[in-house]
Design a protein around this ligand. Sequence first.
Ligand code: FAD
Length: 117
Amino acid sequence: KVSSDCPPDVEQLGRSTWTLLHSMTANYPEQPTVTQQTETKQFIGLFSKMYPCWVCADDFRTWMKQGNEPRVSNREEFGRWMCEAHNAVNEKLGKKSFDCNKWEERWRTGWKDGRCG
Ligand code: FAD
């Protein structure tokens, strides 16, 4: 194992970034203003250009253009959209798909069995 104070590789960067992105959806309003919706779309658009793994960013932009534009009308929609975005990467990498009915337990409320405290 490499020391933890080294520059991140693609996997480490990915884990940290998904934590940020899913946490943003978990804290997104249930009834966002038009401005919040606009700014969220702008953020995703800029993120998809600046994400510092260029193949990842290119593929993410391509996926969005294939009828997967960000859905930001409320927390539930945005959380599901992010889950679907993550699943598209999971699929590409041959990883297991995540059940998007559970995105809120994983990223917002904690699991129903109480293990998250
Ligand atoms: P991660 O995929 O990082 O997931 C972290 C945790 O999120 C999981 O343990 C699970 O609890 C939860 N989770 C998993 N799936 C979902 C989901 N669908 N919805 C909600 N929660 C979920 N890597 C590449 O090698 N090539 C790429 O092209 C690539 N593109 C990427 C594009 C983006 C936009 C991002 C943010 C990352 C990308 N990555 C890419 C990184 C990759 O997605 C993983 O982060 C990395 O491979 C580490 O994977 P992991 O198995 O540790 O878990």
